[in-house]
Design a protein around this ligand. Structure first.
Ligand SMILES: [Zn+2]
Length: 411
């Protein structure tokens, strides 16, 4: 600890002493070396939403201001990002037979699109399903593309679909999204099941049995504690922050952070500004957004065409009235806090890029190394940063796979 304080003071002195440019250069050289030495992973990106449109090319560098797309292969490379969990995200709709069918079809369609992208860019990337795939692919100079399912809605009420999606490569499931489903309550909806439903308990057990990570981001506090009580494996929060620093139901309280630590799990901090820090509002933006919401009926039950229109208009508003967004240092405050409360072994990074994630200094994947630079500035060691950038996440992933193997052997 003393060493860390000393280093921080030293860096502060040096940067105020007129040597800042030299120091900055050295710092970024260290950042480069660090990223070479470990396997980094972003546990949550909604980039597959882009894969569904035909003119999108994952192998092409997109301009951060001209395109609202945040991740592509060139920018992963620039940002020193080796692996990413791509979300097969399906928004929650009313639980009608038709919507169940559509959600199930859409999840398959997104997974199809991820497979197509991986094949199209086979020289630079590949699909990954095992914890050690990322490391192997890095050695071959390739980026690892994992699949996570955001929202268990596509499972409907059919337990056999857990295995079905496992067989398609899904390695975590975020149990709910912003609304309740048949599995559990959402952190941003009213109480329906009071936590996990009876079906949700079965889904959890099935995920444990198969080796699918349980993602507690988005689920209600009661559902979180049910999961912690019932799971046989460590959990992940694929994109959530600390509620003590930003009071949002999407973030974890200190008690929850401690519960994750006790469970052996990991909380992956998210660069979505609203979960990082409360920022001053932009009234022009707010009224444009509420008009958009009104026009598209709160984004509920939209046709595919309407959804595309809404997304396009949302991007235009973003361009015309950019939101006030928090800074990368605010994000690292969350890492500091989680380290303090839960320990260095229980924190990682899950950006939510292409799902709303963007901060000053981490606006897209090309700028991810700024997180590393800020961690170094605050005195974190290479070993600690390696844990944050993936060591902790892969430890959980391995534990989940190990448990499934043991269950299989015993049966
Ligand atoms: Zn999300």
């Amino acid at each position: 600890m003393h060493k860390r304080i000393l280093l921080t003071i030293l860096i502060a002195l040096v940067s105020f002493g007129g040597f800042s440019q030299v120091r900055q250069k050295e710092l970024f050289k260290t950042v480069e070396e660090y990223h070479e030495s470990f396997v980094s992973i972003d546990s949550h990106a909604d980039t597959p939403l882009w894969f569904l449109s035909e003119d999108y090319n994952f192998g092409e560098r997109h301009h951060p201001e001209k395109s609202s797309n945040k991740i592509d292969l060139p920018r992963m490379e620039e940002g020193g990002l080796d692996a990413v969990f791509l979300a097969a995200f399906v928004g929650q709709r009313d639980r009608t037979p038709e919507n169940y069918r559509n959600a199930y079809d859409k999840a398959h369609r997104i997974i199809d699109s991820i497979e197509v992208v991986a094949q199209r860019h086979a020289k630079k990337a590949a699909l990954a399903v095992n914890p050690d795939d990322a490391e192997k692919l890095k050695a071959e100079g390739k980026r690892a593309l994992y699949i996570g399912m955001e929202n268990g809605f596509p499972l409907g009420k059919d337990l056999t679909r857990v295995q079905e999606f496992y067989d398609r490569g899904v390695r975590y499931i975020t149990l709910s999204h912003t609304k309740n489903n048949d599995i559990c309550d959402s952190s941003t909806d009213t109480v329906e099941h009071g936590g996990l439903s009876a079906f949700g308990r079965k889904v959890l057990a099935e995920m444990n049995r198969l080796g699918i990570m349980v993602d507690v981001s988005h689920i209600s506090d009661d559902a979180f504690y049910d999961v912690i009580k019932l799971t046989h494996t460590p959990v992940i929060a694929s994109h959530s922050n600390a509620r003590a620093l930003r009071n949002s139901p999407r973030n974890l309280t200190d008690d929850m952070l401690k519960a994750v630590a006790k469970n052996g799990g990991v909380v992956q901090v998210c660069v979505l500004s609203d979960y990082v820090k409360e920022m001053p509002r932009n009234p022009e933006r707010d009224s444009a957004m509420s008009a958009l919401r009104k026009k598209f009926r709160n984004f509920k039950n939209l046709t595919a065409e309407e959804e595309a229109q809404a997304r396009h208009q949302w991007q235009t508003i973003n361009k015309d009235y950019p939101p006030n967004i928090a800074h990368v240092t605010d994000l690292v405050d969350h890492i500091d806090h989680i380290v303090k409360v839960a320990g260095i072994d229980h924190v990682g990074i899950g950006t939510d890029f292409d799902g709303g994630g963007a901060l000053k200094g981490v606006y897209d994947a090309s700028e991810l190394k700024n997180i590393t630079a800020e961690l170094i500035r605050r005195g974190y060691s290479r070993e600690e940063i390696a844990k944050i950038w993936g060591g902790n996440f892969f430890r959980v992933f391995e534990a989940v796979v190990d448990y499934a193997e043991k269950v299989k052997e015993a049966s």
